[in-house]
Design a protein. Structure first.
Length: 196
């Protein structure tokens, strides 16, 4: 079974002048259970991001223990003191370009140069599925379902991808309608028959 939590006890903690209740320690940091950490004082990394903050080199001051109800898996999350955190660095055009470049590098096939929609596996030298198939390279799971020749060549794959790029560009070009105040929403029309 999972780890048994220590019993509640009062202890000195970094985020409060008073002693606070904690459930023992985890790797030297106070351990808190779900709904026992003060939400305006402590936050997980994702909660910091949602507030537009980053740890800024500060170490976590506590650990949050949660249990996934279905799998029973125990998770430990670091908690930072919100008052010690600093604003996130803004996204700049140069930073965006550098991230796009790194993303593309993981998605371009080393053999045919085709760019896919997800990272190509390192295990097969960042090769696309068509090139992998041509070389007879499959992972174990693919062996079970893939037999015979690939249905599309690398060039045909690239053509299909270009069609998808065009489709997405066309979809992005549609200007969304601005809804005026006081206009009924689609929810109020739900179930109603609207005459043409
Ligand atoms: Zn390829």
């Amino acid at each position: 079974m999972g780890r048994r939590l220590g019993s509640l006890r009062l202890a000195s903690v970094p985020w409060s002048q008073d002693q606070e209740f904690i459930y023992g320690t985890h790797e030297g940091l106070p351990l808190l259970k779900r709904n026992t950490a003060p939400r305006d004082v402590l936050a997980t990394y994702r909660q910091l991001r949602a507030r537009g903050l980053r740890p800024g080199g500060k170490d976590p001051v506590a650990v949050l223990i949660t249990k996934h109800p279905a799998s029973g898996k125990t998770n430990f999350s670091s908690l930072w003191q919100i008052s010690e955190c600093v604003p996130m660095r803004p996204m700049t055009p140069a930073k965006r370009a550098s991230i796009a470049k790194a993303t593309a590098a993981r998605r371009v096939c080393r053999d045919c140069g085709e760019q896919g929609w997800k990272d190509l596996p390192v295990a097969f030298g960042r090769r696309c599925e068509a090139c992998r198939s041509a070389l007879g390279l499959y992972d174990e799971a693919m062996h079970e379902v893939l037999v015979g020749e690939p249905t599309l060549s690398a060039a045909e794959h690239a053509e299909l991808d270009q069609a998808l790029v065009d489709e997405r560009a066309a979809a992005a070009a549609v200007i969304p309608l601005q809804r005026r105040a006081g206009v009924p929403t689609s929810a109020s029309f739900r179930g109603a028959v609207i005459a043409a």
